[in-house]
Design a protein around this ligand. Structure first.
Ligand code: THG
Length: 793
């Protein structure tokens, strides 16, 4: 940190951030297509002026002009990250005085694996580079913002914490369905980011203050750390051919006031906001005192788009991904057959599991490597939170590091050395952890003895800064065959631990029956008794109908399944219905595509082609299952990651089908050719890339012209390929104009093609105005249009 004195920030007071950088740069003459970050080098005086103006209206924090200053976005420019970030922080530092400088970190602009190609480690390294430079040059805060993928946010937060000692703030951007692009809801965001130890969290960009209110309400309900909001100045509207933000300073500040009264303490502005907006907020919050919020912490684990809270309904932890006693799973792990694991995961999910235990501990394999792979693979197809189960600390740490969400660690116990090695991991990665009531002296015989161990675990965790709500106590099930007299002591311990410590509880229920016949009978009877004593999350075999039935019934009888809703949905048409879900035998290609199992799809396609024609496979399986997935996406049952996973699965099938068709005479598989381009001046091509994946997997050929594409390039591609359908995308308000120009160029050249447009700031009205033939809200709409256009229906 050199000799720069870092300012101390009080997050308990109101903290006012600045407004938009881009809007101000445009005001000072920045042209479309210019790189905003280049101003740190070419026109530092303009950046200095903008910072000074924001400081002049009373903001406490200025944000560096480094939103896109990462190695990916700067790759094809003449600038280095070091130079851009270094200059940006120095300029801000120079004018900040006793105010704070926030190092701005925006998204990398690439889709993360498995959606795209960016690996977690590459994301981490990319952020680490920016953060080291920014911290060295004197930034006071790391501001990670406009994140739409919580996995990317996690990489950035870890990079910030491991490469600086600065406070970290993270804000994510939401769509109008109150989820981020990759499907994260506000509760999940809070549960994950708060666990990772950020100093404040919240929302910025993409929506105006009004649209953000419901999201902010959710965040405030769960966040026990300060909440930050930086809205756009409304939703972009079209005025004289320009997309503009029209929530003016006064109205904006009224929303800021409402937010502050709800409990938001850190405010500022994003796109379209100026000094006037910031001054107006200042004038409002100066009259207010921060609201003291008392947030009750919940015990909850998360996948990227699903949070499972313990305490209301009984939650089932699926035990089946554990090689103990399972010959087939052992074989699969030894031969690196991940599909077997995935089928176990899918089957347990379909049978009603809420969380999946993942244990791959076998002496003959590289457990760490297999665990990391298993976690990644399972998370790419199943949207449930995972419980990471290993006796090895290094395996647990590697797994929770690359896990996407807030995991549950299985387990810690009352032994000093175990606690000292596991708790730092729990704390650092913000996991929940199961605490087993066993210590150096073994498992206490009595319930009181086990309570003592539980108390020790909770106390010690708190010394590590872990909240009690992140601990789930396991009073340990003993086997009836060996220790029959102690079985009911476990049940008594559950009640005692719950009432004394107020923590949530789990038990490995199936242990009770080891070595006895009719295990299910003992398991379900023990389960019912334990549930009555207050068991919250049993670990069991969800494929056992009797066990799941016990839980469904208990949830009704204990008034946890309100109005018996779930019970009725499971059992109202029970006659003849299989509740255990599909087994590996009846998995047809449609099912495999919907589940997103790539390797299985390829193998089964080959199999099907022995008896069916290529087009039959396409029309009977590929297209209909993609349609089902598209519908599920549209109604919000699945999110972008699952949609793309299924699309990629179809791609595997398609590759095989295409090969066959190339080999035979019939080469006409393509349903039509589409040119795609992200228009001039715009380097944000994530949307276009998503559209490309979907179109290709529906059987269209795509000519991808890339990003920042000049209109002449589009014209030439359409001319030379005699293309009938063109898709244009633009993300930024500054580049939607280029879109209009591209359409005009196509018309001026008398090209007989239809133009479809899409992008975050576009809408129907604007699409019409710039002469587009069709506006697509998302990738699935684009596909629907293409199918109509090429008469595939
Ligand atoms: N507490 C916690 N974690 C645990 C346990 C616990 N993890 C492991 C175990 N106990 C819970 N999981 C299982 C998994 C499988 C079985 C029992 C408990 C089981 N397997 C059959 C066997 O070994 O015979 C095989 C079943 C099959 O082939 O399908 O019984 O107590 N925190």
């Amino acid at each position: 940190m050199g000799d720069i004195v870092q300012n101390k920030i009080n997050f308990n007071n109101f903290l006012l951030f600045d407004g938009a950088m881009g809007t101000m740069l445009q005001k000072y003459g920045m042209q479309r297509g210019e790189l905003p970050e280049s101003y740190n080098i070419l026109h530092p005086e303009i950046i200095e002026k903008i910072h000074s103006e924001y400081l002049g209206v009373g903001c406490d924090v200025i944000t560096t002009n480094t939103f896109g200053a990462n190695r990916y976005k700067l790759k094809n420019t003449q600038y280095a990250v070091e130079q851009i970030v270094g200059n940006a922080v120095k300029i801000a530092r120079k004018v900040a005085g006793d105010k704070f400088v926030a190092l701005d970190i925006g998204p990398i602009g690439q889709l993360m694996q498995p959606l795209g190609t960016l690996s977690f480690n590459d994301a981490y390294e990319t952020f680490a580079e920016q953060i080291k430079i920014g911290a060295n040059c004197g930034a006071d805060i790391i501001l990670i913002e406009t994140m739409s993928d919580i996995y990317e946010a996690k990489a950035a937060i870890l990079a910030a914490k491991e490469n600086s000692s600065l406070p970290v703030i993270c804000t994510m951007s939401y769509q109008d369905d109150e989820r981020t692009l990759t499907g994260t809801d506000p509760l999940t965001m809070v549960n994950v980011l708060q666990g990772l130890g950020v100093d404040a969290l919240g929302v910025n960009c993409s929506l105006g203050p009004n649209e953000m209110l419901p999201i902010i309400g959710e965040i405030l309900k769960y966040s026990s750390i300060p909440v930050i909001v930086q809205p756009n100045a409304g939703l972009p509207k079209l005025i004289n051919g320009e997309a503009v933000y029209d929530v003016h300073a006064h109205e904006f500040a009224q929303y800021a006031k409402i937010m502050a009264e709800l409990g938001v303490t850190i405010l500022g502005g994003c796109c379209g906001t100026t000094c006037e907006h910031i001054k107006a907020i200042k004038d409002e919050i100066i009259k207010l005192t921060p609201v003291k919020r008392d947030v009750k912490r919940i015990t909850a684990v998360s996948s990227p788009s699903l949070t499972v809270a313990l305490g209301e309904e009984i939650r089932v932890i699926g035990e089946r991904i554990n090689p103990t006693g399972k010959k087939k799973l052992k074989e699969a792990l030894k031969s690196n057959n991940m599909d077997y694991l995935l089928i176990e995961a899918i089957n347990q999910r379909d049978a009603g599991a809420d969380i999946l235990d993942v244990n791959v501990g076998l002496p003959e394999i590289d457990e760490l490597e297999v665990m990391v792979r298993a976690i990644k693979e399972i998370q790419s197809v199943v949207n449930l939170p995972l419980q990471i189960d290993s006796v090895r600390c290094d395996v647990i740490e590697a797994a929770v590091r690359i896990y996407n969400g807030k995991p549950l660690i299985n387990s810690v116990n009352g032994k000093d050395d175990t606690m000292d090695s596991i708790f730092p991991i729990v704390k650092k990665y913000g996991a929940c952890v199961i605490g087993l009531t066993i210590d150096e002296d073994g498992i206490p015989k009595t319930a009181e003895g086990r309570l003592k161990v539980a108390e020790k675990i909770v106390r010690r965790a708190q010394e590590y800064g872990i909240d009690k709500s992140d601990i789930i106590i396991d009073c340990l099930v003993l086997t009836a065959s060996a220790q029959q007299s102690e079985v009911k002591e476990t049940i008594r311990a559950v009640g005692l631990v719950k009432s004394t410590l107020g923590v949530k509880t789990t038990l490995g229920v199936s242990n009770v029956s080891f070595g006895l016949p009719q295990r299910e009978l003992l398991n379900k009877t023990f389960l019912a008794a334990a549930l009555t004593a207050g068991l919250d999350a049993p670990i069991l075999n969800p494929m056992s109908e009797a066990m799941m039935a016990t839980i469904h019934a208990f949830n009704v009888l204990w008034n946890k399944d309100i109005a018996s809703k779930k019970y009725i949905s499971v059992y109202s048409s029970f006659a003849g219905k299989q509740v255990t879900g599909v087994t590996s035998n009846d998995r047809d290609l449609s099912r495999i595509i919907i589940d997103g199992m790539k390797e299985e799809a390829a193998a089964l396609t080959k199999e099907l082609l022995k008896t069916m024609s290529e087009m039959e496979v396409v029309n009977k399986y590929l297209i209909p299952s993609l349609d089902i997935v598209g519908k599920k996406y549209e109604i919000g049952e699945i999110f972008l990651p699952q949609l793309l996973q299924s699309a990629e699965t179809v791609k595997k099938s398609f590759e095989i089908i295409k090969e066959r068709m190339m080999a035979s005479k019939d080469k006409k598989l393509s349903k039509g050719t589409i040119v795609l381009a992200t228009v001039k001046g715009d380097i944000h091509d994530i949307g276009k890339n998503i559209v490309k994946i979907l179109l290709e997997n529906y059987g269209f050929d795509v000519i991808d012209l890339g990003k920042d594409v000049h209109e002449d390039v589009v014209v030439n591609a359409v001319k030379s390929g005699n293309i009938k359908l063109v898709g244009l995308s633009a993300l930024m308000t500054t580049t939607v104009r280029s879109m209009g120009e591209t359409i005009k160029a196509l018309h001026d050249n008398n090209l007989d093609c239809t133009v479809l447009v899409g992008g975050a700031v576009l809408n129907e009205e604007y699409a019409k105005m710039i002469g587009a033939d069709y506006y697509a809200k998302d990738a699935t709409q684009t596909v629907a249009f293409a199918r109509k256009f090429f008469k595939c229906e």
